[in-house]
Design a protein around this ligand. Structure first.
Ligand code: ADP
Ligand code: MG
Length: 256
């Protein structure tokens, strides 16, 4: 079944926030994104799964223009993603991203990591940025680590700081690209718990993950990619119990 043949799943949670339409992306000869049609509604949690190399990271990276696209359009809250310049920086600030590697600034404290963006990009006063940062660090369970440096924290703690740092910019949507893949097993849950609570608070999220437990509990919709295309999208219940495509069946057979 192709994405076009799949009936759209009505999550019923508000208007379209991120809309990709006819998106094509090549890396030289490689057709990395093939005619991607994807709408993420406000408050919706979309989990993207698929084999390695299927284009999941590229999809995330196009949504905040870390990658350009060859054709098609991407809109955020009704506005076209600008190609460059100040307009791009402003729009990018509305898209929070959390990567597999935590990407914290090693020579800055946890608190500084979280306040840097709001102060530099949003022009927030230092005292206000710190107050907000401490609230966010409390929320993700690392408030008592604010004065430390990233290397003094565990991987799970660093990733929760990375989430707090993204949230400090008050993004309209959060993208997570395999946020727990680099973590030791005992730290995965503490990061997933933060993500589940974000989802429950109504954050719009696009999450690339192999954590099927998260997909089952938190996703409104699962998007399955293979070879640069969206092969199938469905509710988690339908997708896991009754995958429509052979590619998805094959993939689920390997990971479940
Ligand atoms: P996934 O995240 O699903 O594993 P990616 O989006 O990282 O897949 O990659 C999709 C395909 O695009 C892969 O074949 C990968 O090698 C290729 N690719 C990704 N980024 C680049 C790049 N910057 N230059 C060339 N090829 C790339
Ligand atoms: Mg990837």
């Amino acid at each position: 079944m192709t994405a076009q043949e799949t009936a759209p799943v009505s999550a019923g949670r508000g208007e379209p926030l991120v809309v990709l339409s006819g998106v094509q992306k090549h890396f030289g000869q490689l057709h990395a994104l093939k005619d991607i049609e994807l709408t993420v509604k406000r408050g919706e949690v979309v989990v993207v799964i698929g084999p390695s190399g299927s284009g999941k990271s590229t999809l995330c990276r196009t949504i905040n223009r870390l990658e350009t696209i060859d054709e098609g359009s991407i809109t955020l809250d009704g506005k076209d993603l600008p190609q460059e310049g100040k307009a791009l920086a402003a729009l990018r600030a509305e898209v929070g991203m959390v990567f597999q590697s935590f990407n914290l600034f090693a020579h800055k404290t946890i608190l500084e990591n979280v306040t840097l963006g709001p102060i530099k990009v949003r022009g927030v006063a230092k005292a206000e940025a710190e107050k907000k940062a401490r609230e966010l660090l409390d929320r993700v369970g690392v408030g008592h680590q604010a004065e430390k440096y990233p290397a003094q924290l565990s991987g799970g703690q660093q990733q929760r700081v990375a989430i707090a740092r993204a949230l400090a910019m008050e993004p309209k949507v959060m993208l997570f690209d395999e946020p727990t893949s680099a973590l030791d097993p005992e730290m995965i849950k503490e990061v997933l718990d933060v993500m589940v609570s974000l989802a429950e608070q109504g954050m719009t999220m696009v999450v690339v993950t192999h954590e099927m437990g998260f997909a089952r509990t938190a996703a409104h919709r699962v998007v399955f990619m293979a070879d640069g295309a969206i092969v199938e999208e469905n509710t988690p219940e339908e997708f896991f119990t009754n995958p429509g495509s052979d590619r998805a069946k094959d993939f689920l057979g390997k990971i479940l």
